[in-house]
Every structure is written in structure tokens, then in C-alpha cells.
Design a protein around this ligand. Structure first.
Ligand code: FVH
Length: 303
């Protein structure tokens, strides 16, 4: 079913109907974005009460997940808690001929398995990793986006629709790659949060220090340092880990004692820093003090 023509000068620009399974915080935000954009939307949620407010905003509620999937020829978007809940929700549902887009957080292996599972059921499959929190959805100016991987033709077919809630970035035809990018980015964020936690702990005893002023410095500093990812990528690509190095590993490692002594003086447990410092020391001990950070990547590999 294809409805209202919205394009001014093309016959292919239609409002594609969407089916959305899962109305948690993220699913509800996605639903609101599509409704606000005037997309015909069918929703289903295990706890049906959550659909109530969306009906008032124009959504159609299906009584069952099978009915929701069967109700349109538009894409079926999944935004459920985890991979197990996808199994539970779609058990026995006819997906033949459907375009399935799974925005449920998965591991890369789960996403690849889900792609095989979809293919066996006659569906086309795209996996997505959401790099946004619910308040960012429908607000492109906040910089949120969704990473996609899998069926490129499917991505292109629904690209306009997928770009309504947030930016859409296709990262490869291996269906596991969106999840891999997602988890890699979130892992980097976890390391950043560990650093922020340690930094505030260092300030904790200093009651006269203005935390919000420090936060501004911290955010500015982390922003300035984030660009180092490009240098590491260039070194990994060239294999020359001394390329473009301004602050080498030996110099950085020598400063670690200052960090640790300061932590001790401020009565702060250094456990969030020491594993990384140990890796740095190991790389220097291997004779690579003149390098940047790229050489540390190989130290993390489990053979
Ligand atoms: N919220 C966030 O900040 C993050 C941002 C990045 C991406 N994540 C992922 O998005 C998926 C959905 O997250 P969510 O925020 O909507 O999660 P909840 O609010 O907890 O809602 C979970 C929905 O899943 C349904 N559900 C759970 N288990 C089952 C099941 N066994 N059978 C059927 N449905 C199930 C749940 O239904 P109900 O509890 O309302 O009945 C919700 O619809 C997620 O992968 C995040 O990692 C969000």
C-alpha cells in the first residue's frame, strides 16, 4: 500500500507506511518522529497501553505482532530490548517478502545470525545501531544518527524514511558491521566516562572548586583530544606507528607516575587508569617508546 504523494517533481516520492514493533523509550521516540513527519505508522507493543498516546498522534495499533507485520508493505522496524526479545516477538510471524530493519542492540554475531534467519524466512534484512538517546530522535541538529549494515538496496529504498528520526550512515554489507561500529563507539565512550569519573574524583576533596567550570574545561579538552583517533587510524593504515607523532609513548608513560602520585595525594583509587598505563609501559618495554598509540592496539588482541 502506497499513499500520499509528497514529492513535487517525482512520481517515486511517496509517504511509505511503516510498521514498528516495540514501544519502549526509543521505540516511542521513533514513532513520534515518523508521525510528526506524516508517515502512516502501525505499531505493536507487548504492553499495549504504551501505544495509547501514539494513537492520539495518528498511529494505528495492531492487536498482534503478526497483524502489524501483515498490515502494510512498508518496512518492519524492530526496536526491542535485546536479541532474545526479537526471537520471542517474531516467533511464527510470516515475514515472507518483508523488509525487516532491526534497531535492537545486538552483538555483531547476533546481527549476522539474524540476517541468515531473515533470509530463511524470505525477508530482506538491514541491521541498525542507534547512536542517539531518545530525546535526540527527531532532532537532527543534536547530531544523533543510526548506523546501518546489510542489504544496501534495502537501505537505499528506505533511506528517506530512515533519515526521518536521525541521520542514517551505511557502514557495509556485512550485517554485523553496524553492531560492531555501535559497540566500538560505545566502548570508546565507556573509556571516556571512566576518565571523566577519575577526573571528578581528583577534584572531590576540593570543596571550593567550581565543578561546572571544571566540566567546561573537561569537555573542551576531550573534544580537542578526540581528533587523535585520526592519527591512530593513519598509523594503523600505514603500519608506521611513529608517523606524525608529536607526543611519543615514552614521554606519555613517564608522566604516568605523576598521575598516580596525584591520585594517591587526592585519596583516589587509580583503578580506572592503571590497566591502560600498564599497556603503555609494556609497549615501551618492548622498545617502542618512539611510537604513538597505534601499537597498543595489537597488545589487546587475544591470540
Ligand atoms: N534508550 C536508550 O538510550 C538507548 C539508546 C541507544 C539504543 N538503545 C537500544 O534501543 C533498543 C530499545 O531501547 P528502549 O530504550 O526502547 O528500551 P526499553 O524502554 O527498555 O523498551 C524495551 C522494549 O522491548 C520490549 N520487550 C522487551 N522484552 C520483550 C519480550 N520478551 N517480548 C516482547 N517485547 C519485549 C518492551 O516491551 P514492554 O516491556 O513495553 O512490553 C519495550 O517495547 C534496545 O536494544 C536498546 O539497547 C536505546
Amino acid at each position: 500500500m502506497r499513499t500520499t504523494l509528497i514529492g513535487m517533481d517525482t512520481e517515486t516520492a511517496y509517504e511509505t507506511p511503516v510498521t514498528l514493533l516495540g514501544l519502549g523509550d526509543m521505540g516511542t521516540a521513533l514513532a513520534r518522529a515518523w508521525l510528526a513527519a506524516g508517515r502512516p505508522l502501525t505499531v505493536w507493543n507487548r504492553t499495549p497501553e504504551k501505544a495509547g498516546p501514539l494513537v492520539e498522534e495518528g498511529a494505528r495499533v495492531a492487536a498482534t505482532q503478526a497483524e502489524a507485520v501483515a498490515s502494510t508493505d512498508g518496512p518492519v522496524i524492530l526496536c526491542l530490548l535485546d536479541d532474545a526479545s526479537v526471537d520471542e516477538v517474531l516467533d511464527g510471524v510470516d515475514l515472507n517478502g518483508k523488509d525487516v530493519v532491526n534497531l535492537t542492540t545486538s552483538t555483531p554475531a547476533q546481527a549476522r545470525q539474524r540476517a541468515r534467519w531473515a533470509e530463511k524466512r524470505g525477508a530482506r534484512f538491514l541491521d541498525g545501531g542507534i547512536m542517539a538517546v531518545p530525546p535526540m530522535i527527531g532532532h537532527p541538529e543534536t547530531g544523533g544518527y543510526v548506523l546501518y549494515s546489510g542489504d544496501l538496496a534495502l537501505f537505499e529504498r528506505h533511506r528517506e524514511l530512515l533519515e526521518v528520526p536521525a541521520g542514517a550512515k551505511f557502514v557495509g554489507e556485512d550485517p554485523g558491521h553496524a553492531a560492531l561500529h555501535d559497540i566500538a563507539l560505545l566502548s570508546a565512550m565507556t573509556g571516556m566516562f571512566a576518565g571523566i569519573t577519575h577526573a571528578f574524583a581528583l577534584m572531590d576533596q576540593e570543596k571550593d572548586l567550581d565543578r561546572s567550570r571544571f566540566a567546561a574545561l573537561l569537555a573542551e579538552w576531550l573534544g580537542a583530544m578526540a581528533g587523535s583517533a585520526h592519527g591512530i587510524a593513519a598509523q594503523l593504515a600505514s603500519g608506521d606507528y611513529t608517523e606524525g607523532v608529536t607526543s611519543n609513548l615514552a614521554m606519555m608513560t613517564a608522566a604516568n607516575d605523576t598521575f598516580l602520585v596525584t591520585a594517591e595525594d587526592q585519596s583516589v583509587d587509580p583503578r580506572l587508569l592503571t590497566p591502560y598505563m600498564e599497556l603503555m609501559s609494556r609497549r615501551v618495554a618492548q622498545g617502542h617508546g618512539d611510537e604513538g598509540l597505534a601499537g597498543m592496539v595489537s597488545l589487546l588482541r587475544i591470540e
